[in-house]
Design a protein around this ligand. Sequence first.
Ligand SMILES: [Cu+2]
Length: 167
Amino acid sequence: MKRELIQALFVPALFAAAAVMAAPGHGSNPVGEPGKATQATRTIEVNMTDTMRFTPAEVSVHQGETVRFIVKNSGAVKHELVLGTPEDLKAHYAMMVKMPGVEHADDNMVSVEPGKTGEVVWRFTKAGKIDFACLQPGHFDAGMRGFVNVAPKAGAATSGGHGGHPH
Ligand SMILES: [Cu+2]
């Protein structure tokens, strides 16, 4: 009797906890995962200007690398660097346009005040082209975007590429 009651209380709580843990969290991202600065294997400096450009706008890394981006704002207005899929960036940008001035922060981005420098440390777990952009209203539309070319890890099963047919 008593045991059943405990189970009745405990089991749903356990499921709820599991559901929270399994739910895609704020930091979960198809483009990689937050990195630790101490594990960074590469440092890349990126400059942001009021001409709505990142310099460089294209960077190349290897799959599995943890990259420390040192992001400088040389402009007179706020800029930011946000990593994400094109879909994520578009959705996030739509929100920023609706709510201008809203503060936002996440592991995959850094907002930088004019004249300041910020940092984002990111581990690129998947090969491919990963986008980044400035989501300040107007900036994304003005072409303030770039991408990270993530080369497949040497020895990854993708060797052979297109010609992978067994004949
Ligand atoms: Cu910007």
